[in-house]
Write a protein that binds this ligand. Sequence first.
Ligand code: GLN
Ligand code: ZN
Length: 767
Amino acid sequence: MARSHNLGYPRIGKRRELKRATEGYWSGKISTEDLLGQVATIRETNWKTQRDAGIDLIPCNDFSLYDQVLDTVALAGAVPDRYHWSEDAVDLDTYFAMARGAQREGLDVTALEMTKWFDTNYHYLVPELVPGQTFRLASTKPFDELDHASSLGIHAKPVLIGPVSFLLLSKSRDERFDPLSLLDALVPVYREVVSRLAEMGAEWIQLDEPCFVQDRSGDERAALTRAYGDLAAHRGAAKLLVQTYFDSVGDSYRTLAALPVQGVGLDFVRGPRNLDLLNSFGFPSDKVLAAGIVDGRNVWLNDMERSLGLSEQIGKHVSSDRLFLNPSCSLLHVPYDVHLEQDLDPRLVEWLAFAEQKLAEVVTLAQAATDRESVSGVLQANAEAVQRRRQSERVHRSEVKDRVAAAGEQEANRGIEYVERREAQHHALELPLFPTTTIGSFPQTPEVRRNRNRLQKGEITQGEHDRFISEEIQKLVALQEEMGIDVLVHGEFERSDMVEYFGERMDGFAFTRHGWVQSYGTRYIRPPIIFGDVARPQAMTVRWSTYAQSLTDKPVKGMLTGPVTILNWSFVRDDQTRAVTCKQIALAIRDEVRDLENAGIRIIQVDEPALREGLPLHHGDRQEYLNWAVMCFRLATAVASPATQVHTHMCYSEFDDIIEAIAALDADVISIENSRSNLELLDTFRRFDYKQEIGPGVYDIHSPRVPTSDEMRGNLSAASDVLDRGQLWMNPDCGLKTRRWEEVLPALRNMVAAARELRETEVALSR
Ligand code: GLN
Ligand code: ZN
């Protein structure tokens, strides 16, 4: 019969115990021993929860003190030289130095780079490898965790990042060096790990190779074959499961199916095309298929009828004794337990499933695959809940659906060419050359946060809080005028988070109290849940924007978060396409744009920092995403009249592959992150004739450093080599909310000085 199986469990602790323990350790409040003791409890609780839920095959080594890729760096002893590590094993201080950088006696090192884990909102630390890199086993973590589980009577399955994905996720400072060329040096470490786990009695060992859901070359596939050919010879009595997730494996299917391993894992939720692959090529009869059929990336109650249909389809190719049923990926990406949410509407709670609920779903499916009758009550209750969700008036609103259906190309079009709009805007705004502005937020000081907390706790009234915000805005407007900034902002003091603020003001969104998900290390987020048709009952930002505008003659930008970013940073309903949900949000934002304009706001910025990260993993799927994402942005903004200047902002500068889509947004001005990769950006604009205006961030707000005006002038001059002077704006590369006033004030003064100097040079040249 089919076995219930899990790929990984959340590790932050149900009450965020991991955060408290690690931060306590960092600040010296708790000892190493206490840290290790507290995290051992998290692991034990996780294992017991899974065992009690009835999961047959429970993962271990899915726990991490910081990040699973960093654990693999430690495992393989791939510590970069700058950490001066020479011990036998990677110690905690070295481990955390790689995670966060370190400044202590005699040591001042930066952290490893951090980047997004595929298309999730989890971030991993990027291994840094060098030509001639050597590897050696330098951590006992997988053995310790297996031991620990065994001591509790749990025959756990160690989880490792596979060697090929580890190298594909790595990078080298030397761009010409391909980390995959280190495979033969790395595999011996894995050999040692696998054979030792086998000796310890592991029945299964899971090796994650998620990189094979991306488009891969023949060489990369050959590397997979080589690596597992080698490991297969050292597995003893243990069985190897090569696990993929987040999409279908596409052209790598036949390579995976032919590996000399005992199991292959495929995601049938995010990668429905995996079923087509089974139908076309069959599944090898000597292997186990670990089938991901419960969504591990989202929070919705599983539709059991649908999953049973799917597992029946899969069952045509795999006999039930060779079938594992599991969530589609590690449950790291969802919160622990929906039953902690006492404040959520119980009708909504019924439609949700967090990690703990997903375990039960997997167990039910495994039982149903063998003996449907035995779980008929559960299936019946599930069918009824699914039905209630399908028909709920809280979810479905005909006026929203009608409006989405009616909105088309025409609504998404400004109606007049950019060049003509530019004319109208320049006339209306009368801005100088190289206009200066900021991205929106200003320092969220302890005082700002304290006031927000007190409002939430009911310690101050809304009126008192509003008074505080208006004073902050007054001060900021006066300050920007005094500094000589050309386009002002109100500072976003009333917002805690750029998505939450809007979600809380729209219908169709719900917020959890305990729904934390790890973003990286000890940073956890609580994404909003979009459960129903989205509508905006009333204006969301007009009050503070118009208040700020009333204090000055200079233009104040209205600040909105774009539909694609709101979508990508939320848990999105799964009963309609993401494109449709995005379009609903776009129409709500569109109403806000119109209201801001009617209230006299002449510049409106719609931030889309998360547009790029929504790109599908397979290149072949990207255009379709970009088409609807761009359409939604335009739907949100095209209501603006020609003289209203539409800005957008993005927190990255890798534009090269999506520059056409960026241009198609048809924003009048775009500000982007740039300070770290000027060169790449210049290349893009050398190749692509970009017409609209652009503010390539002239300074890096992620660092406390105050750049000089010379530096910033230099940055903008470099951009003027490939872009027309009249196109350029002068701004920092992102919002200033995480910075302190002591850093922001001198930096912005230098920035304004740099713009003035550039203007003077222009005047001198034109004489
Ligand atoms: N307007 C937002 C801010 O300044 C933009 C933040 C972002 O790009 N992530 O904070
Ligand atoms: Zn940004």
